[in-house]
Design a protein around this ligand. Sequence first.
Ligand code: PLP
Length: 343
Amino acid sequence: MPDINKLVRENIKRLVPYSSARDEYNGKPGVFLDANENPYGTLNRYPDPYQQNLKSAVSRLKGINKEYIFIGNGSDEIIDLTLRIFGNPGKDKVMIFPPTYGMYEVSAAINDLEIIKVPLNENFQIDVNKAEQYLDDKNLKIIFICSPNNPTGNCMHSESVEYIISRFEGIVLLDEAYSDFSDKPSFLRKTEKYPNLIVMQTFSKALGLAAIRIGMAFANPEIITYYNKIKPPYNVSTINQMAAIEKLSEGLNYRSQVKEIIRERERVAAEIRKLPVTIKVFPSDANFLLVKVTDADMVYRKLISNDIIVRNRSSVVENCLRITIGKPYENDLLLEALKNIQV
Ligand SMILES: Cc1ncc(COP(=O)(O)O)c(C=O)c1O
């Protein structure tokens, strides 16, 4: 069993965290004269630094204890904080499985951490044998696994993921941003079994709230304590907390929208497969499709000329476009434009 405390950077262990007015007094409400706020207005008070009401709502939705939850300013803040807790700049390493979500590499580079790249195999799965070679490197601190993966859209085999989590003595950050669009089970509850596992999810995809920048990390309470120790004191605004709580008060309504997106994904995939411009539509467990076409640059430009903007991913997967599933009429416009492209 990895000892989390041993993995944490020494300066983070020693750090005396910033203590906000709300850290020092969290008793019953009274006359608040302690935070240099303006006494007038409705948004004049600092946000709840630990987002207690939002965490209670997330805890109910996900069926996991509040102590296992951290809320970040988007998943991107969680990625950065994770690197800063465990990665000694100029010394430690992280592992990624490209092609994958770009922020792992960018954030690691900002934190001056070396990046070990173990490319996904031809089925876009983790090459466990290749990864294995690096797992005993004491400077390898964090492994990022994205499942369902962006931009390939598929889930990693759960046996490979669990093998890496149980075998590796460092931190595994499993990014499940798109898991609501998949019927494969989440690893969320495995955080109770594996102290080195961080599962990350977000309000930006299935919950439809990319604008409010709320990411969730689920992990052993020891790791959550370190997130709270180093995060900016008021990292999630009151307005954003309120919007997230309101969304969760609708209960499971969002799932019917997710079902609609999945239905559309399968319809669009079937239609695109029939087109002359298409070489392959990869199976997707997410709200987007990775499509290999005859000439990605040409198709991308033709779609733009029809005011349809997709993501050209040909720099990471040859001749591939990543197409987000839109509303049915938007998807129809896409299909119409693709049909009209001559090869
Ligand atoms: C795999 C993955 N993780 C995280 C994110 C970003 O999530 P957030 O909006 O919570 O920062 C994205 C965004 O596209 C993503 O593809």
